[in-house]
Design a protein around this ligand. Sequence first.
Ligand SMILES: [Fe+2]
Ligand SMILES: [Fe+2]
Length: 213
Amino acid sequence: MALDLKRTLVSVVRRQLARVALKQPAPPPGRRMHAMTQGTRADWAGIRRGDAAFARDFADRLLGQLRLLRDVRHGFAVDRLEHCLQTASRAHRAGNDEEYVVCALFHDVGASLAPADHATFAALALKPYVSERNLWLLQQHDIFQGYYYLHFLGHDRHARDRFRGHPAFEYTAEFCEKFDQAAFDPTYESMPLEAFVPMVRRVINPGRRSGRK
Ligand SMILES: [Fe+2]
Ligand SMILES: [Fe+2]
């Protein structure tokens, strides 16, 4: 152990001396760590600052993922982006709060990156920013939505019934009935994505973490 520490110190000092000799500026903390065994408190402080800056851009990255659903139609009358806009527009116009509307907007955002379980993708993406029941809604909306089509595919449309008695059962069933299953109408005038961006920035905000209620 002591030998390893000595070797690490010698290596750090050698690198610093080489830089002085070549008049190279020292790299910022973190970038001089080539293996985690070399890490220092200063390295990790710098990395943490970088992580925080990356987290601040998360809303924009999620919006970018949503834009990728344009022209993803899979036999529906509207593409998946329009479906998301329409779900969110209907939820907004029905008077729901911003957090609910943002969940409606992103409920299918995982369709491109996690087609095998897009509901879990949305739940994990929004987990830090939404209430317990909105998190449950996102996670389970797929099986609740199945009430409207699973029987056409040889499956049980009542699969959601295993969750009966859950505090968010009716809440999630209502989301699918009023907004999600109804949002495939090409004649509906959805709000543009830009109209939701201020809401998205207010809800997906690292300074506004969910109190989990
Ligand atoms: Fe979905
Ligand atoms: Fe949907």
